[in-house]
Design a protein around this ligand. Structure first.
Ligand code: BJW
Ligand code: ZN
Length: 255
């Protein structure tokens, strides 16, 4: 993968780089992207239909079972070369912020610090009624593999049902995370949008915020997205190939 010389120079001279990541960054760890067709036991379901509070109210065992199956898949998965390159580039740039839409913890497990999770996390469930955090039992859950439905635990404080600690359609993003993401985009020199379809708002507006404040926007994605028209560079390829190539090119450039 050839990285354009102008881009290497810009990253090399940057004080502050933001990575905005989506499901594509974890694809090469074996985690299906959100808009990939569901497979196996879940082939007859549509992720967009399962990721809402209404869906949970309608059929909480179906929704909880789906999220437990995904949590199990993430626990078994390993960070890939893209997660590692994002973590390693911190050694080359004064300030790096990782803003992710992903609900997995693969950036953290690759060594990135202070990852901003815009859409919550699979491993931080909360009570649907009182929002208090719920402690999960340790280890990899084994039940969801057997079937698609699973009863959610009950809240130890109020007896309500426990729900996944993620942001569903129609719900506001966590205020602190959103504010931190906007602030980072307003001051960065370069923003990389990696492996996201740039469809879901408000996360999809972050590259434009960065561009308005003078940052160079770069996209890493094997497929077309609406960001193609905004980005100064489109690096068309898988994140686990492009990101290590970028890191190596920046590191190899003499100071
Ligand atoms: C690779 C690769 C490789 C593959 N390497 N790349 C109309 C206009 C504007 C907004 C709206 C609208 N209608 C409705 C809305 C609002 C809605 C929205 O944006 N909907 C869109 C579908 C249109 N947004 C919301 O509801 C948000 N909240 C909100 O607006 O609140 C308002 C409010 C304010 C105050 C009070 C109350 C309410 C919340 C959005 C939450 C999104 N949540 C989800 C689910 C999280 C839990 C879960 O995972 O189950 O987050 S949705 C889903 O999409 C998930 C993802 O984080 C998010 C983004 O998806 P992502 O990461 O881009 O994945 P994909 O699959 O779409 O794309 C993968 C990409 O990777 C592709 O481009 C591939 O090409 C690429 N790729 N292999 C690199 N190897
Ligand atoms: Zn509760």
């Amino acid at each position: 993968m050839d990285i354009p010389a102008d881009l290497i120079t810009t990253v090399h001279n940057a004080n502050h780089v933001v990575f905005l990541t989506g499901a594509g960054v974890s694809a090469e760890s074996g985690i299906p992207t959100f808009r990939d067709a569901l497979t196996g036991l879940w082939a007859n379901f549509d992720a967009e239909q399962l990721a809402s509070a209404d869906a949970f109210r309608r059929d909480r065992e179906l929704v909880w079972g789906w999220y437990e199956w995904r949590r199990m898949m993430v626990m078994k998965a390993k960070p890939n070369a893209a997660h590692r390159a994002v973590a390693e580039i911190s050694s080359e740039v004064r300030r790096v912020d990782v803003i992710t839409q992903n609900v997995d913890d693969l950036h953290e497990r690759a060594g990135s610090q202070n990852v901003i999770h815009l859409h919550g996390r699979l491993n931080r469930p909360v009570c649907f009624a009182c929002q208090r955090p719920h402690e999960l039992s340790p280890g990899i859950p084994d039940e969801p593999e057997g079937g698609r439905r699973l009863a959610p635990p009950r809240c130890e404080y109020c007896g309500g049902y426990v729900r996944p600690g993620v942001v569903w359609f129609g719900e506001p993003l966590p205020r602190r995370e959103w504010n931190a993401a906007v602030a980072a985009c307003e001051t960065c020199d370069v923003l990389f949008s990696v492996g996201t379809s740039s469809i879901v708002q408000p996360a999809a507006s972050l590259p434009s915020i960065a561009a308005r404040h003078g940052a160079m926007v770069v996209q890493v994605n094997p497929n077309w997205t609406s960001l193609d028209d905004v980005a100064a560079f489109n690096l068309a390829g898988g994140a686990a190939v492009v990101m290590p190539a970028l890191f190596e090119a920046v590191r190899a450039r003499p100071r």
